[in-house]
Design a binder for this molecule. Structure first.
Ligand code: NAD
Length: 318
């Protein structure tokens, strides 16, 4: 049976599938050729990340398709319900990248409290002529330890962020529309662990209490989660990170809050206007920036490949 991994697959996933007897094709087929390729090559499974779209047209044109697999979480590029109505399995790997996203959150937080986002811009320009000036400019950093981290959206990634924050000695407060309490397991390198139960609180309390806020909610149907009104209730000098979805934070309100000093820095991995983020956001001196790479680690890609392989083997087992 043939599997087309059109947006690539990790070596671990590839080996697991080949060991199970599947032929995995890693040729990148152009979007408009995908349906034709599936039919002429008898492909039973198509695996995608976010680049390839599997819409009604492909689903209708390819009656031999048994599984559509998304390596990662969001399935905006797949007509999921339609495929399922046609009897096609649609699978994804929601848990594989949580720790990678959580670590990126801390990359932004550490960058924020020690001004790395700005230092990395200024050192190449002035590092050799104004070393002492820059040293002074970035002198008043702060530690994360002992501060309060507010987590909005206490699902897989939110809990992974909580785990790391607890490990650093931070106080964690969390809010979630549907989760009242969650047990967060903090693992140590030597196999020891502790469980910490965290009760969620109303979002208003989190906004007031937190020194830093990290957002981990899915795309919302009803507007922003953080807009002008929410910024106003936050602590002065709060730091905020968004590695969830563009459109969760109102970027215009964020820029105003950064300019007024209400927010001391923002770490953004996702943007309202991806893949062409607003230039005012990209150029803002108090923003730490990454181009939607939360899940993009070798370890996460390995776990994604392996998790897809396991699901495929279990769904197709005779
Ligand atoms: P999840 O479903 O496990 O958790 C999301 C949580 O948010 C749920 O518990 C839900 O009840 C809660 N929620 C929904 N709306 C809310 C609201 N308005 N207020 C408070 N809580 C709300 O999802 P996850 O795996 O933790 O992923 C979280 C987000 O991270 C998603 O948007 C996902 O697309 C994004 N993500 C980003 C990257 C990246 O590369 N930056 C990678 C993976 C996932």
């Amino acid at each position: 049976m043939k599997i087309l991994a059109n947006d690539g697959i990790s070596k671990a996933g590839l080996i697991a599938l080949e060991d199970a007897g599947y032929e995995v094709i890693t040729t990148k087929v152009a979007q408009e050729q995908v349906a034709n390729y599936i039919n002429t090559n008898d492909v039973a499974v198509i695996l995608v990340r976010s680049a390839t779209k599997v819409r009604k047209d492909i689903i209708d044109a390819c009656p031999g398709l048994k599984i559509i697999g998304r390596g990662g979480v969001g399935m905006d590029n797949i007509d999921v319900e339609y495929a399922r109505e046609k009897g096609i399995h649609v699978i994804n790997t929601p848990a594989s990248s949580s720790d990678s996203v959580a670590e990126l959150v801390f990359a932004h937080l550490f960058s924020g409290v020690r001004f790395l986002y700005d230092s990395n811009r200024q050192m190449p320009l002035e590092g050799d002529t104004n070393f002492e000036g820059l040293k002074k400019a970035y002198a008043n950093g702060t530690e994360l330890r002992g501060k309060t981290l507010g987590i909005i959206g206490f699902g897989r990634i939110g809990r992974s962020v909580a785990r790391m924050a607890l490990g650093l000695g931070m106080r964690v407060v969390a809010t979630d529309k549907f989760v009242d309490e969650a047990e967060v397991r903090v693992d140590f390198y030597n196999g020891q662990f502790i469980n910490v139960a965290i009760k969620t609180e109303p979002v208003e309390d989190i906004l007031k209490e937190a020194d830093f806020i990290s957002l981990h909610v899915p795309a919302q149907k009803e507007g922003y989660v953080i807009g002008k009104a929410e910024f106003e209730t936050m602590k002065d000098g709060v730091g905020i990170v968004n590695a969830s979805r563009g459109g969760i934070i109102d970027e215009v309100a964020l820029l105003a809050a950064l300019d007024s000093g209400k927010v001391s820095f923002a770490g953004l991995d996702v943007f309202e206007d991806e893949p062409k983020p607003a230039v005012q956001v990209l150029m803002h001196p108090k923003v730490s920036l990454t181009p939607h790479i939360g899940a993009a680690t070798l370890e996460a890609q390995d776990r994604i490949g392996t998790e897809l392989a396991e699901q495929i083997c279990s769904l197709l087992k005779p």
